[in-house]
Design a binder for this molecule. Structure first.
Ligand code: G4P
Length: 525
């Protein structure tokens, strides 16, 4: 196959959702279509079930499952599909955000009963920042839920994106009859307990009396009225607006019943983008360029504490990656060869000989990589990573074993390189502050410092509301602000100034009192 065709047939995307909306179930059904697995239930949930005691070993075991299912690749209808899995537990949200830097599009799963939930909002924010095209799958139509029009309004409002339904449900819950597939102009009928669309009838003209042959007159009348409203309110899907991330096509179905999943996949394959150009500091890199480039978006630590080895996940941005070829690690300015890179084919890992733009390659690593590192055929390129967001929780990290200060410093350094949490150094007293999105990350850090580095840490409480990256065009104003807030000023790992606000009120007051200062809630502005 021609080189450019190899690249164009790739679709690399993530399925994201608030926990429990049905991400794992949908992923599994897609894999079944791809023939990548043959049995429902074969995909282990990546979900980390929080035990009452929050036993880290238990979590670690559960997390182990997610290594194998981190990337699921398979062929379907001439396409090479790469699904990037994301952790279900919200304490690992940063992991998910970073995974989104490696995909070309996203499918968001929303539970019809619950509507837009907190995690979905945050994930959509990341998609918006990166202008990632998004398709929405409204799931669990076999259950009672919100009125579909109300839900569309909610999606538009809460996720700040325009929508365009491409299928429309005919009732729901126990009375769910199926959907009218607007995209394919077909009536797809549902029978409970059957794991597929039981009947698919082409009905191009919805006013045709043929509709009444399949659903009762009341439902047919309502469907016609709904579709008329849809045509009047939501502009027809234009591929450009979808690809720019301005409009999200919406499908309705039931992942558990495998209803509407093939339809979603077929539409996805025809409209979702192949690998997209990637912006580097130096220039924009086109996927079809001959020379190889890629970046590390995720580092997964080894479960075995005796081997501090990791797998660095590299997204190939351009060209072809080959086993044993020499590539330049730009940050270290060093040539490296990889003799056992891995591909992730559904549930197994296997050594790969080559990979193309759009693919994900796993590189065994012993501490050479940091998140955001670039590998190239030789060119000096730096891909722009994802900004850090303000953590939600903060604690001082202290050394609990004076003999092991070095190990602690090294452990903290490496865990931060892996992106486990964020580190700030208070400018006033030099104390180190760890910021996370959830309590679980503190446990992970403490456990890993002990088991992998032999270092003991203890946490000291710190009540902070947000970390804000600050800047100003006026050096004197900035200086004045930092003097006034001297106890609350810190540096992030890149040496940028961060203001640690201890409450929402204090932050609002600071914004009012210092109009010359700009406060940012993410590190890229
Ligand atoms: P997640 O990865 O987004 O967290 O969700 P997951 O797929 O694990 O689904 C969460 C729960 O919702 C599961 O039930 C799953 O069976 C159910 N579910 C998914 N899709 C549908 C659907 O279309 N209709 C209905 N009624 N339920 C659906 P569970 O009881 O939590 O887990 P399990 O014991 O069934 O695995």
């Amino acid at each position: 196959m021609a080189y450019s065709e190899e690249i164009r047939r790739r679709r690399t995307f993530a399925i994201v959702s608030h926990p429990d909306a049905g991400k794992t179930t949908l992923t599994e059904k897609l894999l079944l279509f791809g023939g990548a697995i043959h049995l429902a239930g074969a995909v282990k949930s990546n979900k980390i079930r929080k035990t009452a005691t929050s036993d880290w070993m238990d979590i670690e075991k559960q997390r182990g499952i997610s290594v194998a299912t981190s990337v699921m690749a398979f062929d379907y209808a001439g396409h090479k599909i790469n699904i990037l899995d994301t952790p279900g537990h919200q304490d690992f949200a940063e992991d998910t955000f970073r995974t989104l830097t490696a995909v070309d599009s996203v499918i968001i799963v929303i539970d019809i009963a619950k509507g837009v939930e907190a995690q979905t909002r945050k994930l959509m924010e990341v998609c918006r920042m990166r202008k990632t095209p998004v398709i929405v799958f409204v799931n669990k139509l076999d259950r009672e839920g919100k009125d579909p029009f109300d839900l569309l309004d909610e999606i538009e409002e809460e996720l700040s994106i325009k929508v365009r339904p491409l299928s429309w449900p005919i009732d729901m819950g126990r009375r769910f009859r199926g959907v009218y597939n607007i995209y394919e102009e077909k009536l797809d009928l549902y029978t409970p307990s059957k794991q597929y669309v039981t009947e698919s009838i082409e009905i191009k003209d919805i006013s045709s009396p043929e509709l009444e042959e399949h659903i009762d007159a009341r439902l047919a009348g309502r469907l016609r009225a709904d579709l008329e409203l849809i045509e009047g309110v939501y502009p027809r899907l234009d591929a450009g607006t979808y690809l720019r991330g301005d409009v999200a096509p919406v499908f309705f179905g039931s992942a558990l019943n495998n209803f509407g999943v093939r339809e979603l996949l077929d539409c996805f394959l025809s409209i979702a983008p192949p690998p997209r150009p990637v912006v580097a500091v130096e220039r924009t890199v086109d996927p079809e360029e001959e020379s190889f480039s890629g970046f590390v978006f995720k580092i997964h630590a080894n479960m075995d504490p005796n081997h501090r080895s990791c797998i660095a996940f590299v997204k190939v941005c351009s060209g072809r990656f080959e086993r044993n070829a020499a590539y330049r690690h730009v940050r270290l300015d060093r040539l490296m060869r990889f003799s056992s890179p891995t591909a992730f084919m559904a549930q197994k890992k296997e050594t790969l000989d080559e990979a193309f733009a759009g693919d994900i390659v796993g590189l065994p690593d012993t501490g050479n990589f940091k998140i955001g590192d670039t590998l190239t055929s030789g060119e000096e390129l730096h891909f722009q990573g994802l900004p850090s967001f303000s953590p939600e929780m903060f604690k001082y990290i202290e050394n609990a074993d004076p003999m092991k200060a070095k190990q602690l410093a090294k452990g903290i350094e490496q865990l931060m390189d892996e992106g486990v949490a964020q580190l700030f150094t208070n400018r006033f007293n030099g104390r180190k502050i760890i910021g996370t999105v959830g309590q679980l990350q503190f446990e992970v850090i403490q456990y890993r410092l002990l088991h992998e580095y032999g270092a003991r840490c203890k946490w000291e409480p710190l009540s902070l509301y947000k970390a804000c990256w600050i800047e100003s065009d006026n050096a004197a104003a900035l200086d004045n602000f930092m003097k006034r807030k001297t106890q609350y000023m810190a540096l992030d790992r890149e040496g940028r100034d961060v203001y640690l606000a201890d409450s929402a009120y204090v932050l609002t007051m600071a914004q009012q009192d210092f109009p010359g200062i700009r406060f940012h809630f993410s590190s890229e502005f």
